[in-house]
Design a protein around this ligand. Structure first.
Ligand code: NAI
Length: 335
């Protein structure tokens, strides 16, 4: 008998509810042995319980160890801290993996891109160490440690070895931030030296932005700090057709949370226009993680096949399919 896996599901805000609903439908169509434990975080949770991340969310993640999370809105420049950053810190989800690949016949700026980005997920300027010095002066402290750097760089090189990748690019701004980025680079060089079979290159983040736009094909695995990884992964998403296409895994020693790279897309929320591909790819990564590789492969193949026909594109890709119509195509392709 197949074991049933219970997964914590946090629908999120904006398009989050629409796209996580799609995942539930697709999981059912796949026949994956999954049950969902649905819990609410973010503004809806504040409205319902007065808490941003209610105990039920922690309980579900503590119990099931694996979660699928829709995007959660964070107020800009004021208000509560990011739920995403809080969960990553709480569960020490140190490794954020974002694969950037072209699917089907999507109208990508560059077609031959296949990059896997490793982003340190717990420190850097996202550590939340900020200080208001005066009404006219504020400081954010950038935190880089040897331990976290060793962990993320090792993860990138181990991935390269396991997946027959040839190169790892280490991205910093160590020419300017000689202490913090300098430490990241120094530790990364030490780790790289343990993997002589993998070609390690060093790129400054500003040059990286330009290189990615002009010649992204030169990159294979990329490893970087938290803020640079956040920005560069959106840039990379733009190269291959947009934010609706890139999934992200947040891995700790004990807990894994899978999500799309994009946010809650308030501009299209509630209109049935969201492209669910990114969250479905995140779900495929989740299926791999819980050893349901055959289901993961069927789902990726179905997405690739559906997206090979421009008649199946959602609006973000220049088509006119709604979320529901696109989902029907994916489910039909699974059958
Ligand atoms: P966003 O990613 O939500 O949207 C940027 C643009 O991409 C918008 O035009 C949107 O319509 C489009 N887009 C994004 N995902 C799409 C999809 N699946 N299908 C079609 N179009 C899509 O970024 P934005 O507007 O900067 O952030 C909105 C909110 O999301 C903010 O509150 C932010 O804090 C939050 N956010 C949450 C994240 C998470 O939960 N992991 C990640 C990024 C942002």
């Amino acid at each position: 008998m197949t074991n049933t896996h219970t997964i914590a599901l946090i629908p999120g805000d904006g398009i989050g509810k629409e796209i996580t609903q799609v995942v539930k439908q697709v999981a059912k169509a796949l026949g994956s042995p999954i049950t969902w434990d649905e819990v609410v975080a973010g503004q809806d949770a504040i409205d319902e319980t007065g808490e941003l991340i209610p105990k039920a969310v922690y309980d579900a993640i503590d119990t099931h160890k694996v979660a699928l999370k829709g995007p959660i809105a964070t107020p800009i420049g004021e208000g509560f801290r990011s739920v995403n950053v809080s969960l990553r810190k709480h569960y020490q989800l140190h490794t954020n993996i974002r694969p950037i690949r072209v699917l089907g016949q999507i109208p990508a700026l560059h077609r031959d891109v296949d990059i896997v980005l490793f982003r340190e997920n717990t420190e850097d300027l996202y550590a939340g160490v900020e200080e208001q010095i005066s009404p006219d002066e504020a400081h954010s402290i950038k935190i880089i440690t040897r331990q976290a750097t060793e962990r993320i760089v090792t993860a990138a090189f181990e991935y390269a070895v396991a997946n027959d990748r040839k190169k790892v690019a280490i991205v910093t701004k160590a020419n300017i931030m000689k202490l913090s980025d300098g430490l990241f680079l120094k530790v990364a060089r030490e780790i790289a030296a343990k993997y002589p079979q993998i070609e390690a290159t060093e790129v400054l983040v500003d040059n990286m932005a330009m290189q990615l736009v002009m010649r992204p094909q030169q990159y294979d695995v990329v490893v970087t700090e938290n803020l640079y990884g956040d920005i560069l992964s959106d840039l990379m998403a733009g190269l291959i057709g947009g934010l609706g296409l890139v999934p992200g895994a947040n891995l700790g020693d004990d807990v894994a949370i899978f999500e799309a790279v994009h946010g809650s897309a308030p501009d299209i929320a509630g209109q049935g226009l969201a492209n669910p591909t990114a969250i479905l790819l995140a779900f495929a990564d989740l299926l791999d993680h819980i050893s349901l590789q055959a289901d993961a492969t069927r789902l990726r193949d179905a997405l690739n096949s559906v997206l090979s026909d421009a008649g199946n594109f959602t609006r973000d890709l220049g088509g006119d399919l709604t979320t529901a119509a696109f989902t029907d195509k994916v489910i039909a392709s699974l059958a």
